[in-house]
Design a protein around this ligand. Sequence first.
Ligand SMILES: Nc1nc2c(ncn2[C@@H]2O[C@H](COP(=O)(O)OP(=O)(O)OP(=O)(O)O)[C@@H](O)[C@H]2O)c(=O)[nH]1
Ligand SMILES: [Mg+2]
Length: 424
Amino acid sequence: MQENILQPEKVLVTGISRGREDFDYTMTELVELAKANNYDVVGELRQNLDRSTAAFYFGSGKVEEIRELADAYDATTVLVNDELSPSQLRNLERETKHHIVDRTQLILEIFANRAQSKTAKMQVEIAQLQYALPRLHPSANKLDQQGGGGVANRGAGETKLEMDKRVLNKRIARLRRELKDADVGEEVRRAKRTDKELPTVALVGYTNAGKSTTMNGLLEKFADHPETKQVFEKDMLFATLDTSVRQITLPNNRKFLLSDTVGFVSKLPHTLVDAFKATLAEAASADLLIQVVDYADPHYPDMMQVTEKTLDSIGIHDIPMIVAYNKADLKAGTVFPEVNGDDLIYSARDAASLDKLTELIQSHLFAQDVTNQYLIPFDKGQVVDFINRETSVENTDYTENGTLITTTVNPIQAGQLRDYLVEA
Ligand SMILES: Nc1nc2c(ncn2[C@@H]2O[C@H](COP(=O)(O)OP(=O)(O)OP(=O)(O)O)[C@@H](O)[C@H]2O)c(=O)[nH]1
Ligand SMILES: [Mg+2]
């Protein structure tokens, strides 16, 4: 293996409180995001301030302090905990004499580094271009507080700006067209086509909560084919950027589709949420959501709030949800697996936990199933085949009048088999 001779870039982590209770948590998370992007965090600077200032984001006096601290620590870049306006970004860069990266840009960089599939790459690029668009500026050296730039300032610079904007807009439009052709939903539809009306379950939640590990655990136990591909799981932020869909067939022959998708983080840039709508659409069409929570992280209540808010912002409401409190093995003294209504305390690495999760999924998806007895005449072999293949058979008897089968069926199958029903 080649040794990495590149020294990680040294950064200073900064932010203002805005009177928010989750300030501490978002600052801690900013450090994690910085590490995820291979930055070396050498210092931190916080300011208690209720509102950001239009020109500098920070209040008076702080900008000078940032410059001195960054110099003292030999930091090349200053990370800021919020998305900055174009003018705040320019002004801060000029006054601190350091490269400024705001939270949005940092998250965009991580996504860009992680993106593997063509679709993920296109989605990230759209988000990056949309971030860049309002930040193109012809007079980067001029102090301006409102970001307007001024109409009096017409000249060669502005012409170039217009041209740059046109190029970016054209690129965005082209990527959008290509994305539409690539059709992110294709994998899902393919799975649905071959398997008729299978119910779908989507794993959602904060990044690094254990969604992919949960999916792999269920696949190992119940995948339709032994060779069904596992999904990528890793202890890092945003390991998953694409949606994967797999079929699960339970021992009682009940089937459903399970999907794993991109995780959330606090202050997820709206350009990214927008760009990833197609990827997240799978969760939007699910019959059941499993919100995976990292129960071992002390900040898990904040993370749940962010998840609920993000789901809401992408238009996901009113889908039944199991809340699955994961990594119970890392939380000393926790008894697991434990079911409490629709909630589960579990570990994605524990077989008994996965059984409990499966029971919960079944109780949601198959609540309308009924157990019936059917009498199938001997000349209707294909009906017996259908029952054996598609339903959950409990008992089969061969009588004079045909095959007598006791089985559990869903409402659609009950309709299809109506003619053979033996009334109780
Ligand atoms: N100890 C322990 N570790 C777990 C458990 N579940 C997941 N992990 C670990 O947590 C890390 C993140 O798991 P992933 O499944 O990749 O998390 P994810 O929710 O898919 O994360 P993103 O794809 O980044 O959104 C991995 O290192 C897993 O091995 C668990 O129950 N116990
Ligand atoms: Mg994942």
